[in-house]
Design a protein around this ligand. Structure first.
Ligand code: RFL
Ligand code: PHB
Length: 402
């Protein structure tokens, strides 16, 4: 029979993705106690293939927080990306255009592994495989989380709740709908992603606009290729045997001077739908949403994880300020501060998506317009700089306020 178990923490965090884990770690560094409640098992989180590209600001945040040691050793620093269209390849020199900024290719699940290990080593609590997670009393000074864990019904009292449970979580839907505005855009395509045991055919990421559809060549390590093909949002993966995937990648990534894709066993494949989504505000009473729980971007700009890190950096500062100075000025402005970056990144992710994908309605006009814009991006230093600044990430606010 289920027993009632009472827990108390300062900050209850729902979700052990990058947002929840980074938040818990930053709070711990400031001496603030948190407990993470997560529905999935630890090994599931540590093997879930997701993002790969980290902005300089995210890398700096992880390093400053003392969890960047493996990332510094194993992460691949990239000073440029390639744009490919009309059979030609053009390098965008991120480093030169931004005065030295770069990105780092280090898989999201490795960050998750590093953070879980750091939290557990420091005595932090992550309650994996919780079920029936619910949040209550959000507009009081003592909100609660209830859930089932290891056959016991738990109630956790806290001062704040970090809603870090992703797009399909329960935190955002717990806010009365009259208090929220949501903004959404669905795209008429998805991405078919593969992970393959093959040496990446390029040392830098290649984004290709092709009349057959977008393709992206990325990597996870010097021996693992990650690649994506634009497909239908409800694409049947069974229609894509490995050889068809390689042929299509070769076709879309080819150049007039020839390009050879290294092939190897495909370890994983899956289809991801594409959407842009924002909810406003990102807070309600003592609940603060962060990461995918509050917003989704299409992956073309490689921004989702970076935006999650930017949110929790601000949220941690706001909570720390509340405990240390008894001041709620920053926590009251959490949503407003985050949404400035969120909308900048929404625009960039939408722009990259619309520049590079094939739109089926196109009678040829849209494709020619895209090519004209791509020509401008690769030929105008101003246009290339805009891409490079956004891709490497807008610097974090260093005014000292946060
Ligand atoms: P997550 O990672 O989804 O974590 C949420 C966690 O909450 C748990 N959860 C619950 N826990 C308790 N109770 C409940 N009721 C719960 N419901 C859910 C979930 O199990 C999960 O563990 O959200 P978070 O932390 O906000 O992190 C966001 C990122 O994961 C996401 O934005 C990125 O992966 C997006 N993304 C990329 N971002 C980048 O910055 N760079 C990239 O290169 C990049 N590439 C990508 C991507 C996402 C992709 N997919 C699969 C959507 C490429 C792809 C293909
Ligand atoms: C990835 O490696 O998964 C990746 C890279 C760049 C993107 C999106 C995803 O824009």
């Amino acid at each position: 029979m289920a027993v009632h178990k009472h827990l108390r923490t300062q900050v209850a965090i729902v979700g052990a993705g990058p947002a929840g884990l980074i938040l818990s770690h930053l709070l711990h560094l400031a001496g603030i106690d948190s407990i993470i409640i997560e529905t999935k098992a630890r090994n599931h989180l540590e093997e879930r293939i997701r993002a790969g590209v980290l902005e300089q600001g995210t890398v700096d945040l992880l390093n400053q927080a003392g969890v960047g040691e493996r990332m510094q050793r194993e992460g691949l620093v990239h000073g440029g990306i390639e744009l490919r269209f009309n059979g030609r390849s053009h390098r965008i020199d991120l480093r030169e255009l931004t005065g030295g900024r770069s990105v780092c290719v280090y898989p999201q699940h490795e960050i998750v592994k590093d953070l879980i290990s750091a939290r557990l080593q420091a005595g932090g609590q992550i309650l994996f495989e919780a079920t029936q997670v619910q949040i209550h009393d959000l507009t009081t000074n003592s909100p609660r989380v209830t859930f089932q864990h290891a056959d016991e019904l738990h109630q956790m009292d806290c001062d704040f709740i970090g809603g870090c449970d992703g797009f399909h979580g329960i935190c955002r839907p717990s806010i009365p709908s009259a208090e929220l505005s949501t903004f959404e855009k669905l795209y008429p395509f998805g991405w078919l992603g593969i992970l393959a045991e093959a040496v990446p055919a390029s040392q830098e990421l290649i984004y290709a606009n092709h009349h057959s559809g977008f393709a992206l060549l990325s990597m996870r390590s010097p021996s693992i290729t990650r690649a994506y093909l634009q497909c239908k949002p409800d694409e049947d993966i069974a229609a894509w045997p490995d050889n068809r995937i390689w042929e299509e990648l070769q076709h879309r990534l080819n150049t007039s001077t020839g390009f050879h894709l290294n092939q190897g066993p495909i370890l994983q494949k899956g289809v991801t739908a594409m959407r842009s989504f924002v909810c406003e505000p990102m807070q309600y009473g003592r609940l603060f949403l962060a990461g995918d729980a509050a917003h989704i971007v299409p992956p073309t700009g490689a921004k989702g994880l970076n935006l999650a890190a930017a949110d929790v950096r601000i949220l941690a500062s706001a909570i720390i300020r509340w405990y240390r100075n008894n001041a709620s000025d920053l926590s009251e402005r959490y949503s407003e501060i985050c949404l400035r970056r969120v909308w900048r990144v929404q625009h960039f992710s939408w722009w990259m998506t619309s520049l590079l994908h094939r739109f089926d309605s196109a009678d040829g006009f849209d494709h020619r317009r895209q090519l004209a814009e791509l020509e401008q991006v690769v030929n105008s230093k101003a246009a290339a700089t805009t891409l490079a600044e956004n891709y490497t990430g807008l610097p974090f606010d260093t005014s000292g306020e946060l």
